[in-house]
Ligand binder design. Structure first.
Ligand code: ACM
Length: 521
């Protein structure tokens, strides 16, 4: 190289601050990074940390769960970078180019799921009081890297992260989604993908609606025909299916490994046609019901004054509780229009006692608040404000799932082909612009355990359709559940969601590209 061209190169390098062939893929100001859910606090220090082939992942302290989280980090980062991150345990200091994961139980402000991410040019240090917080923090790291990090094959990139500090923790302890695997059945692999996507947005509870009129989806060994016969069809007739207990346990474990609790629901005493087809003795008539593949609701009921019914409930809850490491069993209780109220109340009271007897906490749709709630009962508000009020008057906690805001099967607008609109059309802005504490008079922050977005599957038949209805609305719901109310504004969220589009694309999420958002290409 001639001396004059060397000088030119040096001048250009000084002017443009970087001499690498590729420009920085991300801004160097941490406060301008797009993160969803938006973190509680972000401060920038103006530099850049770069992930390289030499970067190692270190864990401080020899805890099995930290090692698992470290392995997740390696699994998240390895495919797109092509780097084989070695995971090293031990109390060593974090040196150049390390990612350090460590626990600090003393930082109580962060709670069970909060974390602090401290990024310098030399090291990326993730600290949390609990392993769950480390796992939530990993999701933030994924969003701070270029979107190509989500690709499954090696990408030619500078893997830069802006330096600074993030301190972050959730507003609500319960941040959930529900999947109706009864109206249409979804395979284990699909549910696992839903779990992965939930984890990416820091959700922590997956409610599975395991039984309804159209299908029974979980093997119960003491009542085998429930799944074998009651699970043999679905809406529209063709298909159906169920999870064996082994498959179900695999799902529970997969979720647990991502710090997500599975909340199993057996809907009773209504929404029980599939059970009523399988065992004649559950019907007051003594005659088995016919398999049902339509989408009406409110026509079925267990025979509430027969002792066989309670033996059935006891056996089902016993087997389900044994498969459930999480605290809750959901007993449904919604739309039992075929059960007279004077029979509904004693039924729900007995079902609650059975849940407690098997060591679990009662969860149910808002109608169960018409019964006498047991201690620690959780009531899921979806329709009737009056029921939510009855729940808190009895000392229960409430999960907010208003159908007009959180039901992911509601159509976006009148042109949406999938979905229904009996509660509302819910555009992306409508699903975001609401306050959990302003939905029911008298229901304040202290009464609300969290938020859940249910996806009913009368019209939803496969994973692409699940994704189209859930995304992007579920992302907004996740932010409502995580981010402090004062930091949530639609215009700001709308901008971030648009800028987040390359990540949705890299994750191959089949989302609804609403006209309300300027989607970055
Ligand atoms: C419900 O939507 N029936 C809870």
């Amino acid at each position: 190289m001639k001396i004059s061209s060397l000088l030119l190169t040096l001048t250009v390098c000084l002017l443009y601050t970087s001499c690498t062939s590729e420009p920085p893929a991300k801004p160097t100001n941490l406060t301008q990074e797009v993160m969803i859910p938006k973190p509680v606090s972000v401060t920038a220090s103006g530099g850049m940390f770069t992930l390289t082939e030499a970067t190692t992942i270190r864990t401080q302290g020899n805890f099995k769960e930290i090692a698992q989280v470290a392995q997740h980090l390696s699994d998240y980062l390895a495919p797109a970078t092509g780097f084989s991150f070695s995971v090293e345990s031990g109390d060593g200091e974090s040196g150049d180019g390390h990612i350090l994961l460590q626990l600090d139980e003393a930082d109580t402000e962060l709670g069970d799921e909060g974390y602090e991410l401290n990024i310098t040019e030399e090291a990326l240090t993730l600290t949390a009081p609990q392993p769950a917080g480390l796992f939530r923090g990993l999701q933030t790291i994924r969003q701070l890297l270029p979107s190509e990090i989500e690709k499954n094959s090696p990408q030619e990139m500078n893997w830069n992260i802006a330096t600074g500090t993030i301190r972050d923790y959730p507003t609500y302890e319960y941040r959930g989604a529900m999947l109706d695997v009864a109206r249409h059945f979804f395979q284990v692999e699909d549910v696992k993908r839903y779990i992965d996507l939930m984890a990416y947005y820091k959700l922590n509870n997956l409610h599975l609606h395991l039984s309804d009129d159209q299908g029974w989806r979980i093997e119960i060994k003491s009542w085998p025909k429930l799944a074998e016969y009651g699970g043999s069809t679905q809406v529209g007739g063709e298909g159906g299916g169920h999870y064996t207990q082994e498959q179900y346990s695999d799902l529970v474990e997969y979720a647990q490994d991502r710090f997500i609790t599975i909340v199993p629901e057996i809907d009773m005493p209504g929404h029980t046609n599939a059970a009523l087809t399988s065992y004649p003795e559950l019907n007051c008539s003594g005659k088995a019901a016919e398999l049902y593949t339509g989408i009406e609701v409110g026509f079925s009921t267990l025979c509430t004054d027969s002792e066989v019914t309670y033996q059935f409930v006891d056996d089902v809850i016993r087997e389900l509780a044994a498969l459930t490491p999480g605290p809750y069993i959901h007993i449904g209780g919604d739309e039992s229009h075929a059960t007279p109220i004077e029979e509904y109340i004693p039924f729900v009271n007995r079902a609650q006692d059975i849940v407690r007897k098997h060591g679990k906490q009662v969860f149910g749709w808002d109608e169960i608040a018409n019964a006498e709630l047991v201690e620690n009962a959780v009531v899921q508000y979806w329709a009737e404000a009056e029921n939510a009020t009855k729940a808190i008057e009895q000392g229960g906690k409430v999960i907010m799932s208003p159908a007009t805001k959180t039901y992911l099967d509601m159509q976006y607008d009148s042109t949406t082909e999938l979905g229904l609109h009996w509660a509302a059309y819910i555009e992306v802005d409508s699903a975001y612009i609401w306050e959990p504490t302003e939905m029911v008079e008298g229901l304040g922050r202290e009464h609300i355990l969290g938020i859940e977005a249910p996806l009913w599957s009368e019209t939803v038949t496969n994973m692409d359709e699940i994704e189209y209805m859930a995304f992007p609305r579920l992302i907004g719901i996740a932010e409502i559940a995580w981010t402090p109310a004062a930091d949530r504004q639609w215009e700001d969220y709308r901008t971030r969601l648009g800028q987040h589009a390359p990540y949705l694309k890299a994750l191959e999420i089949d989302y609804y590209a609403s006209d309300l958002v300027d989607w970055e290409r």
